[in-house]
Design a protein around this ligand. Structure first.
Ligand code: UD1
Ligand code: MG
Length: 434
């Protein structure tokens, strides 16, 4: 079975009030475009054809080598689909028509539509029930529960306006049928060619149009920032459900934010108010304590992170390590069983196994021009409030005395201390003026 898609993305997306084309806006860290592309991949869509118009030059960079047509001027959804006709040479190909701004359809929903086509329906259209149908096309059914027409909101009379079964915009049909029906679509009253007119054309030719119903949230269309925020909260609750099902414990799931890419293993505990940004992996048994911020990092098994830790990109925290409060770590490796428990900055650093980095330690990685590397071996103890001036190596088994500014490499099993000699004087008796 050959399945292709047509993704309509020529609209201006004016209500987003943005310089960025609408399909490139993100929800849970992933562009609307990618949400849709990934779903289409799951149902084995072998080719996506985009219809671009506004901002096409900004979008072509992001469609990963997919084919596209430019629709200029934009004369409606029917016109948009018709422009892609030459891209399909096999009449039996099943085409999924989707909108770039309605990207949260589930793969299973699309599969059900494909099934309907294989079971003899000429078109399968995706609908939803809503309490507030204003603005949507309505699905009109016959007694056999087949769709005979879609009436756009603009053209609806009072009776049709009271119908709550709406058109999501997504539909499936074979290439042969969709373009045959489109040839018969007439210009509508408002000067557009409606894709939805193919429904009545198909049904008047005696062919069956089936429909699938999905929950309204799955079909949220992103037209403005309020829709985007609504979609974000819907997707966040879905991500939380996924992590709960995978065995993650939350004390207050609603307060945790997840990028869609996060991979969290079972028996991880996530405390309230944690931000899990892009490309984060957290292995089993680890605890992420409250108010921690993680992005592009991996946390090994049985680690303790935070509260108030910031784990920045390209950081690897290995098994049983502990990162405490007010610690910032960037582009570094913290080895097994090592601890950075309090108030430290660790950047461009590798820390071996079983090392302890004292409170207030700073790796001075930046000299104003270059970022330099700090290497700390195994079983190293860095005393509190030390500055390690990179590039520098502190070898296995060494100790750095508290309060030191270390600028030369420290040999194995050595003690390095850089601290001025303490002066001490007897206190003078200062008489009070009274
Ligand atoms: C469309 C449907 C309506 C449905 C609603 C769901 C039609 C005629 N109506 O209406 O039944 O309830 O979606 O949200 O299809 N686009 C182009 N070229 C064009 C026009 C639109 O590429 O010439 C793209 C837009 O960028 C957008 C999508 O098609 O991604 C839908 O267009 P839009 O104008 O929002 O259609 P609606 O009026 O909302
Ligand atoms: Mg719309």
């Amino acid at each position: 079975m050959d399945i292709n898609s047509i993704i309509l993305a020529a609209g201006k997306g004016k209500r987003m009030n943005s310089n960025l084309p609408k399909p490139l806006h993100k929800v849970a860290g992933k562009t609307l475009l990618l949400w849709l592309q990934e779903t289409l991949k799951k149902v084995s869509v072998s080719k996506n054809i985009f219809v671009l118009g506004h901002d096409s030059e900004k979008l072509t960079k992001h469609i990963q080598g997919a084919e596209y047509v430019i629709q200029e001027p934009q004369l409606g959804t029917g016109h948009a689909v018709k422009l892609t006709k030459d891209k399909f040479d096999r009449p039996e190909t099943i085409i999924i028509v989707a909108y770039a701004d309605t990207p949260f359809i589930e793969a299973n929903t699309i599969k059900k539509m494909i099934d309907q086509i294989q079971n003899g329906f000429k078109i399968s259209i995706l609908g939803f029930e809503t309490e507030n149908p204003t603005g949507y096309g309505r699905l009109i059914l016959n007694k056999k529960n087949e769709v005979i027409r879609v009436v756009e909101d603009n053209d609806a009379d009072e009776e049709v306006k009271s119908i709550t079964l709406c058109n999501s915009g997504v539909l499936a049909a074979k290439a042969r049928d969709i373009f045959k029906f489109l040839d018969k679509v007439q210009l509508s009253n408002n000067g557009e060619y409606y894709l939805t007119d193919i429904i009545s054309i198909c049904s008047s030719l005696g062919s069956k149009v089936g429909y699938i119903i999905s929950p309204e949230e799955e079909l949220i269309g992103i037209n403005n920032r309020a829709d985007q925020a609504k979609a974000e909260s819907f997707i966040q609750s879905k991500l939380i459900q996924k992590h709960l099902a995978n065995g993650v414990t939350f004390f207050d799931p609603k307060s945790v934010y997840f990028d869609a890419s996060a991979e969290i293993e079972s028996d991880v505990i996530i405390e309230p108010n944690v931000f899990v940004g892009p490309n984060v992996k957290i292995e089993s048994q680890s605890v992420i304590k409250a108010f921690s911020y993680l992005e592009n990092c991996s946390i090994g098994e049985n680690c303790s992170i935070g509260p108030y830790a910031r784990i920045r990109p390209d950081t690897v925290i290995q098994e049983n390590a502990k990162i405490g409060n007010f610690v910032e770590i960037k582009n570094s490796v913290v080895g097994e069983n090592s601890k950075v428990s309090h108030l430290s900055y660790i950047g461009d650093t590798s820390i071996g196994l079983d090392s302890n980095i004292g409170a207030g330690t700073i790796t001075c990685n930046y000299d104003g021009t270059n970022k330099n590397k700090t290497t700390i071996g195994n079983n190293v103890f860095i005393g509190s409030n030390s500055s390690l001036i990179a590039p520098i190596t502190i070898r296995d088994g060494s100790i750095v005395g508290a309060g030191s500014t270390i600028s030369k490499d420290v040999k194995e099993n050595s003690i390095a201390i850089e601290r001025s000699i303490q002066k001490q004087f007897k206190k003078r008796n200062i008489k009070s003026k009274k």
